[in-house]
Design a protein around this ligand. Structure first.
Ligand code: ADP
Length: 542
């Protein structure tokens, strides 16, 4: 619609003709939507798995991101098409709920769409396809439950958790250090986990990084790391059993503001003012000391004179600490943030076993480590790496690993990776198809074929012959009954790293059961939604 004026200045509205809207209906609409969805999936397909490729994305202002994480790739892509946006949403929901498997879910949805297209061409109604997919997804989810294993773990037996996190990390850029990073992630999650309630508050884990050093130098700190240093270079670099005053009020003498007028016309008056200021600050320092503080952390700054006095009075201080960090420090040390200086009391002080300043490299980069805190539930994963891109990618990978560990604490069931779970489901769904007399049967078979897309993509990305490899593994799954599973062996997957065995149990490639189930459910939901759209009306562009 547009507003125009006639020759007398009266307004009128011009409504565009209906014909000028672009409109797609029926099969055309479905086909266009399917092809949009598939093109997004095609982009991610090559990054799936341990040998998957990375993508380089550059933002309009020139920032470069190199990543392998499905959610991040789609997040940073400038997507215009509505259906493509649905796929972005899909990987985002997987990221939100589970945290890992964001590439897999999109690849699965893409292949479900591909199969649906074939069925549409054969004249099967989209609703029947949607129904068949729904049935098949339920069969797959139940089958996953059947082939899942329970992992036992405890404070001292974290190996199983570490192995599962390693599977997640093995397909990331940081896979060189996967063992170390997986251990760090598991320890971090266990440090903040509530094992009775089976829940983990990931907000208590701060993931921070600083350019420099090697990836191997990445460490887990049972406490907080703040990118600040002591306000004076001669203050002690290490404080044992620190009592910390956490201030969000100014820690300096009151400054004469421009609004006030101070008449100073003699040297004596100036001296008096200075003395008074000095005395005022001295009293503040004394008050801190009286309540027993051995370290002051302030949100605000103080000037050099105050700094000097602090050093002189032997009260170490840190200035300009951000609000979020201040909160974390308060949580970790069990202290209270003091917004008014008068309210400072001994109970409000935070306690930390050790506060130390650590310097890095040849630069004057220093950071403050606050460790062995009273309430050690807040921890920090401190990442080191050659450049900013590496650190950012490591942060994303650690996020995935943390999510996997958290999911295992919530539900300690796992399925085997490397496409083995998908192949097992595919076989189960295919077998179940015959039980349905209706047209859904075709859709159920198509679903089984679509599940094969994951192992095929894994094989293709590892430089193997996709169809040959898949059929070999599938026949292995069907043929070899194991002691545990009397019928099929659902542990055979794609040997991406050329280890020599396709048994994913031997290769220690695990994924969480809830992650895999969520992938199947979310992908089916989105595909059903896309199939049910038969009319696309978009406003014409002028
Ligand atoms: P996502 O973002 O979906 O997690 P990834 O690129 O991390 O995607 O790839 C995960 C897939 O790679 C899973 O299917 C997993 O089973 C598989 N995978 C991971 N490590 C291995 C391995 N060592 N051998 C075979 N497959 C693996």
């Amino acid at each position: 619609m547009a507003l125009a004026f006639d020759e007398y200045g009266r307004p009128f509205i011009i409504i565009k003709e209906q014909e000028q809207k672009t409109r797609l209906r029926g099969l055309d609409a479905q086909k266009a939507n399917i092809s949009a969805g598939r093109s997004v999936a095609r982009i991610l397909r090559t990054s799936l798995g341990p040998k998957g490729m990375d993508k380089m994305l550059s933002s309009p202002d020139g920032d470069v991101t190199i990543t392998n994480d499905g959610a991040t790739i789609l997040e940073q892509m400038d997507v215009d098409n509505q259906i493509a946006k649905l796929m972005v949403e899909l990987s985002r929901s997987q990221d939100y709920e589970i945290g890992d498997g964001t590439t897999g879910v999109v690849v699965m949805a893409g292949s479900l769409l591909e199969q649906a297209e074939k069925l549409l061409e054969r004249g099967i109604h989209p609703i029947r396809i949607a129904e068949g997919y729904e049935l098949a997804s339920r069969i797959a989810v139940e089958h996953l439950e059947r082939i899942a294993h329970k992992f036992e773990f405890g404070e001292n037996n974290i190996e199983s958790l570490v192995q599962t996190c390693m599977t997640t990390l093995s397909s990331k850029i940081v896979n060189r250090c996967k063992r170390q990073l997986a251990e760090i992630s598991v320890k971090a999650v266990l440090a903040v986990a509530d094992l009775e309630r089976k829940d983990v508050n990931l907000d208590l884990i701060k993931v921070d990084g600083k350019v420099g050093g090697k990836l191997e130098d990445t460490e887990l700190i049972y406490g907080i790391v703040v990118d600040k240093d002591m306000s004076h270079p001669q203050m002690p670099k290490q404080i044992q059993d620190a009592n910390i005053a956490i201030l969000t009020c100014p820690f300096e003498p009151p400054k004469p503001k421009t609004k006030h007028k101070v008449d100073i016309d003699t040297v004596e008056k100036f001296e008096a003012l200075r003395r008074q200021e000095h005395q005022y600050f001295d009293d503040m320092v004394q008050q801190c000391k009286d309540v027993g503080a051995t370290l002051v952390i302030c949100q605000w700054g103080f000037d050099d004179e105050a700094n000097h006095l602090l050093m002189h009075r032997n009260l170490p201080a840190v200035r300009w600490v951000g609000g979020v960090e201040l909160e974390l420090i308060a949580i970790a040390t069990g202290g209270r943030i003091v917004p008014r200086f008068q309210e400072l009391t001994a109970e409000k002080l935070g306690k930390a076993g050790l506060v130390r300043e650590k310097s890095f490299g040849t630069t004057k980069d220093r950071m403050l480590y606050i460790e062995h805190c009273a309430n050690s539930r807040a921890v920090t994963v401190f990442i080191r790496g050659g450049n900013k891109m590496m650190i950012e990618e490591t942060k994303r990978s650690i996020h995935d690993a943390l999510c996997v560990a958290r999911n295992l604490i919530r539900n300690n069931s796992i399925v085997y990776g490397g496409g083995s779970a998908e192949i097992a489901c595919s076989i189960a769904v295919e077998a179940a198809a015959d039980r349905y007399p209706g047209v859904e049967q075709y859709a159920i078979r198509a679903f089984a074929d679509a599940l094969d897309a994951i192992p095929m993509a894994l094989a293709e990305n590892s430089g193997l012959q996709p169809i040959e490899t898949l059929s070999a593994v599938k026949s292995q799954q069907i043929k070899i009954p194991t002691r545990v599973m009397q019928e099929n062996n659902p542990h055979c997957g794609i040997d991406c790293n050329d280890v020599g065995t396709t048994d994913m149990r031997e290769q220690n490639v695990f994924e969480t059961l809830i992650g895999k189930q969520q992938q199947v459910l979310l992908a089916t939901q989105v595909v059903k939604m896309i199939l049910k759209i038969d009319d696309v009306i978009s406003a014409a562009e002028f």
